[in-house]
Write a protein that binds this ligand. Sequence first.
Ligand SMILES: CC(=O)N[C@H]1[C@@H](OP(=O)(O)OP(=O)(O)OC[C@H]2O[C@@H](n3ccc(=O)[nH]c3=O)[C@H](O)[C@@H]2O)O[C@H](CO)[C@@H](O)[C@@H]1O[C@H](C)C(=O)N[C@@H](C)C(=O)N[C@H](CCC(=O)O)C(=O)O
Ligand SMILES: Nc1ncnc2c1ncn2[C@@H]1O[C@H](COP(=O)(O)OP(=O)(O)OP(=O)(O)O)[C@@H](O)[C@H]1O
Ligand SMILES: N[C@H](CCC[C@H](N)C(=O)O)C(=O)O
Ligand SMILES: [Mg+2]
Length: 488
Amino acid sequence: MKLQTLLQHLHSFTPLATENPTITSIEMDSREVKQGSLFVCIKGFTVDGHDFAEQAVARGAVAVVAEKPLALPVPVIYVNDSRRALAVLADAFYGQPTHHLHLIGVTGTNGKTTTTHLIERICRHAGKKTGLIGTINMKIGDDTYDVKNTTPESLILQNMFRKMVDAHVDVVAMEVSSHALHMGRVHGCDFDVAVFTNLTQDHLDYHQTMDHYRWSKGLLFAQLGNRFDHRRPKFAILNADDAASEEYKKSTAATVVTYGIHHKSDIMAKQIEITTSGTTFQLVTPIETVQVRTKLIGMFNVYNLLAAVGACLVSNIPLSTIVEAIADIEGVPGRFEVVDAGQPFTVIVDYAHTPDSLENVLQTIRQFAKKRVFVVVGCGGDRDRTKRPLMAQIAVKYGDVPIFTSDNPRSEDPMAILNDMKQGVTEDVICIVDRKEAITYAIEQAEKDDIILIAGKGHETYQIIGKDVFHFDDRVVAREAIQRRKDK
Ligand SMILES: CC(=O)N[C@H]1[C@@H](OP(=O)(O)OP(=O)(O)OC[C@H]2O[C@@H](n3ccc(=O)[nH]c3=O)[C@H](O)[C@@H]2O)O[C@H](CO)[C@@H](O)[C@@H]1O[C@H](C)C(=O)N[C@@H](C)C(=O)N[C@H](CCC(=O)O)C(=O)O
Ligand SMILES: Nc1ncnc2c1ncn2[C@@H]1O[C@H](COP(=O)(O)OP(=O)(O)OP(=O)(O)O)[C@@H](O)[C@H]1O
Ligand SMILES: N[C@H](CCC[C@H](N)C(=O)O)C(=O)O
Ligand SMILES: [Mg+2]
């Protein structure tokens, strides 16, 4: 694509460049630049992309987008906000792919990964070709692609959407994080359906206040459907049992469909019965009332299922197909995942890393626990510090044997994180800074019918300590510890 053609999408009052080289790729990382690239300088949280502009030109960049003056031998296009320019240019460069996809975005503090996976599986069951974008990975059909962020930067997103269009994907289920909404990573994404799961405390390191966090999530709904187009209707699927939904309802011009258990809503679950092997409930919809059976456990998963049902119904998937698909769905990796190596006690690996999710999971476990509940839990470094004492309190409230350990300490001192956790409790708690040792300790101490919850890292296959990323998988570590105990 020619530079001038691309720049037309920025709608500037003044001409942005006189030269017109052919642009072979857009890059935001100088290390990815190739001959013919357009390099966009982003001022980041760690370094400033403008400092890498010269390096980008040396690697073959034929034009540069910047916010501040740069002396370079190639055209420099000046913009007020290079992150927004990146979103506009990426959308244009890849041929506005989201106009050709049925795009379902899911936001909320907890349940995004689970709900997107449920939507993906229901749509597949309905014979659709699916795409998935979220915490675990990106997927086109069965092909997987690694991710660094739950919601990647606009450039990565639009490139992926292009691949999806080329692969004839029909429906995309995508997690939309509050960071992404606030930074504009999803500018240019033409969502058809926006789903809200819930809002509780997380990410206050980034947002500072709950008001700012709630507002950021609300952007998904505010940016949806401000034009009525009966060929491409827009829907907001809102959790009627969460107070934030009232605000999101007012902020969107899309058709609102509510779901819930306690408040009257369009889609409801009634007569919910949860056992150790699954959940059944009556699904009340505007179309009809049907009986649902699922292998997923916990009240929070009923909410995730209702959200997925809402998204799929407005996407024209028949109710009977949805119910059939739900009965088939096994769990989502790292979410309430049971590690069974033939031991006489239960080991559950779960991604609960917020106070609310930890409480939900432990309440569910408490419903079934016959004997003691061990809780192996830590809190991530360089993330919301105020959730540490709260998570500690919850672990102590619901656990018989709480064991505080490290999650991903990142640049923080692991002991300092444990101390922040301990500030929340008055009891003496076992603290084992090494996560492998903590898991092993729980497994060695457990007796018949005890339950061990290993919380916080779920599907993650790494641990970040300092700048180092080590291979680490709670499920594997637990399995090996069980084996060692058996071999003794
Ligand atoms: C705080 C934050 O959001 N950081 C994001 C940000 O990184 P950053 O600002 O530190 O980037 P930087 O390293 O300063 O680099 C600035 C620019 O210089 C460029 N650069 C850098 C080095 C170089 O040699 N050459 C070069 O050109 C970089 O490519 C970049 O364009 O921009 C990066 C690229 O888009 C993101 O990957 C990165 O997410 C990091 C990994 C992160 O951990 N983010 C978390 C907080 C996050 O976004 N989480 C949400 C929610 C999670 C959830 O609740 O599920 C998510 O969506 O993942
Ligand atoms: N609807 C829900 N309400 C509360 N807790 C939930 C809900 N769904 C899942 N959880 C809990 O939260 C954990 C994370 O779930 P999931 O990965 O689906 O959320 P997420 O919103 O994608 O999280 P992240 O922000 O890290 O991407 C689960 O392991 C479970 O403990
Ligand atoms: N998406 C979340 C994941 C947290 C997972 C937990 N294991 C941690 O590292 O804190 C975040 O970036 O805050
Ligand atoms: Mg997620």
